[in-house]
Design a protein around this ligand. Sequence first.
Ligand SMILES: C[S@@+](CC[C@H](N)C(=O)[O-])C[C@H]1O[C@@H](n2cnc3c(N)ncnc32)[C@H](O)[C@@H]1O
Length: 202
Amino acid sequence: MAGGHSRPDHYSQRARREGYQARSVYKLQEMQQKLGLIRADSRVLDLGAAPGSWSRYVLEILDQRGRLVAADLSPLELAPDPRLAVLELDILSQGFVTIVSRHGPFDVVLSDAAPATTGDRTVDTARSATLVESILHGLPHYLAPGGDLAVKIFQGGQEQFLLRGLRSAFQNARAFKPRACRKGSFETYLIGIGYGGEEALS
Ligand SMILES: C[S@@+](CC[C@H](N)C(=O)[O-])C[C@H]1O[C@@H](n2cnc3c(N)ncnc32)[C@H](O)[C@@H]1O
């Protein structure tokens, strides 16, 4: 995660108290409160989902009509749920789009995926952008027309270019930095509302 850290802050303590696997949940909560991305009957794809706090929060919003597919390189710490399918997958692997699209289409695509940071900001931002590009290329295969996207990206690299791509593929697109991002962190989220069904990058 961006912006080196060690001591538990307010959000980490709150996550522990409220039984969430990670403090990241408050970033999604803030985006949800501002943008209302997820509805009770949404079909949601959560990428980079481990250890599972976003997925747990999504399941709290969904009723029995909703569906969640959570994908990560690592296993999730989440109780089995009939609405949930977990895929242990590399977003950058060749078969990723094919496998994920078999579970789609989705109304909402979320990604909190982040590369393991090296401390070299140029390397880290480039790796983060590669993840985002890969997700954007897959959208026509798994995001339903009219659907929404929230995807994490490290700032200082490709984010303006990628945001322009989102502006052409979605009715509305913007960057959004939740208050719960760590102080000094260089992550932000690219948001797309109302997908038009086209390639976001061409
Ligand atoms: C910040 S954590 C996500 C936290 C999660 N949203 C939560 O609330 O518990 C970032 C995740 O991205 C995953 N990740 C990084 N690169 C990935 C890749 N190429 N494919 C799949 N997952 C990846 C990591 O394994 C890590 O679990």
